[in-house]
Design a protein. Structure first.
Length: 168
């Protein structure tokens, strides 16, 4: 079986791995210039409060990038401003990040459940028979969800079907 199985992780590990892509992304982005100062991106979040862009004055903004200069100046930037001053698709990257994170959290039951079933199948410890085409489909569903994608209804139904066997 080997490498085609990849790692059968649980939701918390998947989320941890995803969160590690943030410092990688910001490190890779490095330092950028705005007016007479050099800045770094220190945070990006979806705000539930009304906030104002400190660069273009746009109000309200809901996706906020916080940038900080070496001497401690902090600015909140809107999506188009952060993309413009960094010359990168920063806002899109974080939007994708948040969507993936939301999907992973929503699919926790499926990720954890399939992780267990597939691990037991791999060790031939499953208390029931499972056709190889179903294993293949469940494996595909599992890795899809670990990558932050949402499963289709039929994929969920197949997983639910095997979940119901495991609790009996
Ligand atoms: Zn702006």
């Amino acid at each position: 079986m080997g490498s085609r199985w990849g790692k059968l992780t649980k939701t918390d590990d998947v989320l941890l791995a995803l969160s590690k892509t943030i410092p990688e992304f910001t490190r890779d982005m490095g330092i950028f210039q705005y007016k007479d100062k050099k800045y770094r991106l220190v945070d990006n979040f979806a705000s539930s409060q009304y906030m104002k862009c400190g660069i273009c004055g746009n109000y309200p903004i809901f996706a906020v990038s916080v940038i900080r200069s070496k001497d401690g100046d902090r600015l909140n930037a809107c999506s188009s401003c952060i993309d413009q001053i960094t010359n990168r698709a920063v806002s899109g990257w974080f939007k994708t990040y948040r969507r993936k994170r939301g999907n992973i959290l929503e699919n926790r039951k499926y990720i954890d459940g399939l992780s267990s079933i597939l691990a037991e199948y791999k060790r031939s410890k499953l208390p029931f028979q499972i056709p190889s085409e179903d294993v293949e489909e469940l494996r595909k569903t599992f890795f899809q969800m670990c990558n932050g994608l949402n499963p289709r209804t039929e994929q969920k139904q197949l997983a639910d079907c095997y979940f119901s066997y495991t609790v009996e």
